[in-house]
Design a protein around this ligand. Structure first.
Ligand code: AMP
Length: 280
């Protein structure tokens, strides 16, 4: 496995792999890799011949006052995990390698980015889609894997690839959790011991909502169920709770049926997100 830092090295390595007839799999990350990331990497290794993992803490997707500076950076450990998993190439560019001086082009996915996290993190999804579009152009993968943990991100990237005719298949992977239900996240390491003990209440509340949904509750009733469950853990301060259509991300309110129940909550200084899918 090689760790490279420039776009030209990625292009040369991928071109050589393609010349050997290999298919290219891709997993974009911000590093601090955990078992959630590695489940996507394992799927990519199983589903393609030459796997590229990018590790880039993308400043464009962080808002003012967010955790860009303190975001964990652990390249050596990340590379070791990738090597053990069978990754061929790790791409860890600098900010100046990714963004030329005076870069002024962005990718914006309308509509889908307005609700959920998009409502509270203005500009975040433009940062995500711009960097992922650039990474797709640099790596030119056949298939790319994204986690359902960031459900809105997965839907937005799938739509971007479709709308811009990017020749990549976007594949979602299930959320990997701790034994107590907390979704793995690089940000979990910010939590104090008492905050960590309170954190599983987020998934537990979503599960209560999912139960209600399966029993026929409307979106509005589901949202209320989740809010009441979350209120039992006062350390968690909800930012939003939404029952949405799995593809359009439109809020369901009066409707029941298939839905994704998504929530964000603050726990001390840390912002957690999670979701649960209810099939029809
Ligand atoms: P990040 O490094 O946070 O940008 O995440 C990189 C990729 O890993 C994204 O596609 C995330 O959705 C995915 N991911 C993060 N946490 C998990 C998890 N607990 N389970 C599955 N995928 C995850």
């Amino acid at each position: 496995m090689r760790v490279v830092h420039t776009k030209s090295e990625v292009r040369a390595a991928v071109a050589a792999a393609r010349a050997e007839g290999k298919t290219i799999g891709f997993v974009p990350t911000m590093g601090a890799l955990h078992a959630g990331h590695m489940s996507l990497v394992e799927a990519a290794v199983a589903g393609s011949d030459f796997v590229v993992v990018s590790i880039f803490v993308n400043p464009m997707q962080f808002g003012p006052g967010e955790d860009l500076e303190k975001y964990p950076r652990t390249l050596d450990e990340d590379a070791a995990q990738c090597e053990a998993a069978g990754v061929a190439l790790v791409f860890a560019p600098s900010v100046s390698e990714m963004y030329a001086d005076g870069a002024c082009t962005t990718v914006h996915v309308a509509g889908l980015t307005e609700g959920l996290c998009g409502q509270f993190r203005p500009g975040h999804f433009d940062g995500v889609t711009t960097v992922v579009c650039k990474l797709f152009n640099i790596v030119a993968p056949d298939r790319a894997w994204f986690g359902e943990k960031d459900y809105q991100q997965l839907v937005v990237i799938r739509r971007m690839a479709r709308d811009l005719d990017l020749p990549v298949e976007v594949i979602g992977g299930p959320t990997v959790r701790e034994a107590d239900g907390l979704a793995l996240s690089s940000r979990n390491q910010y939590l104090s011991a008492t905050e960590r003990a309170a954190a599983p209440a987020l998934q537990a509340a979503l599960q209560e909502g999912a139960r209600a949904a399966r029993e026929g509750a409307t979106g509005a009733e589901v949202e209320r169920t989740v809010a009441e469950a979350l209120a039992r853990e006062p350390m968690l301060r909800p930012q939003y709770i939404r029952a949405v259509h799995p593809e359009t991300l439109q809020r369901l309110l009066g409707e029941s049926g298939p839905m994704v129940i998504a929530a964000a909550a603050h726990l001390g200084e840390t912002r957690l997100i999670d979701n649960i899918k209810v099939e029809g």
